[in-house]
Design a protein around this ligand. Structure first.
Ligand code: SF4
Length: 249
């Protein structure tokens, strides 16, 4: 088991430089959220078994290029205009690793009518980070929680169980800073009683957060099946890459 904050420093050394951040693709059209312009960054401090990112996560030093915030912003806007999208995001890995770079992009987005969806595992969003996101009115944060308990978190990520609570704390800090946010939860190995417990924990932050849970499930890409086998994990619910529930295949 690893400490994701210690590991994070090593990843940041590879993907953050001055106000530049490493990306392996800017930008592409994405079908999520009804259509969203997407830039894909490199590097993450977690090692989720279900992650669809390959080399950009596992060896970010060997792939991609460094970009300035204005380069990423311009590419996203160009892509969004071409496809008539109203939303922008950074995906692929963990966008919060370089706070100054992210904030610079958000400042540029704030001068437009686009909405920026920040997809994050939430680990780095402490009170100060959440407050730095407060000024951005066209920002929405989706905190993707790995499992519903510390034990599930460890099974899914290989990280120490106590770091599960940093994800819930991220939601608390965002909520207290009045930053628009909601939780997404990876539920593929979650029995119903554990989900109920998580809902109670979220309700202690805000009743609306518990009601707004977005359910996430494992997609069985070949490399994900391999990782699940290696770790001896059998999902209770999973989908084929085409989105078909496994019990129907
Ligand atoms: S947090 Fe996201 S990017 Fe990071 S390993 Fe997990 S699924 Fe992949």
């Amino acid at each position: 088991m690893y400490d994701p904050f210690e590991f994070c420093k090593k990843v940041q050394a590879q993907v953050c430089r001055d106000n530049l951040r490493k990306y392996y693709r800017i930008a592409r059209a994405g079908k999520w959220y009804g259509g969203i312009a997407t830039a894909d960054c490199c590097g993450c401090q977690l090692r989720c078994v279900f992650c669809w990112s390959g080399k950009p996560r596992d060896n970010p030093g060997a792939i991609g290029s460094f970009y300035r915030p204005q380069d990423v912003f311009k590419a996203l806007v160009r892509c969004a205009k071409k496809h008539k999208y109203h939303q922008l995001r950074i995906s692929g890995n963990e966008p919060t690793l370089h706070r100054e770079h992210l904030i610079s992009i958000l400042r540029l987005v704030e001068q437009t009518s686009f909405t920026f969806i920040l997809e994050t595992n939430g680990l780095l969003i402490d009170r100060e980070y959440a407050r730095s996101l407060k000024p951005f009115r066209n920002l929405h944060v989706r905190v993707s929680i790995k499992g519903s308990t510390p034990e599930e978190f460890t099974t899914l990520t290989g990280a120490k169980p106590e770091f599960f609570y940093y994800q819930l704390d991220a939601l608390k800090h965002l909520y207290e800073a009045s930053v628009s946010c909601h939780p997404a939860v990876m539920l593929s190995i979650t029995p119903p009683q554990n989900l109920e417990r998580l809902k109670q924990e979220l309700k202690s932050i805000s009743t609306t957060l518990a009601d707004e849970i977005e359910e996430e499930y494992i997609f069985l890409y070949p490399h994900v099946i391999q990782r699940l086998k290696q770790h001896g994990i059998e999902p209770l619910v999973a989908y084929s890459p085409e989105g078909i529930p496994t019990e129907l295949i």
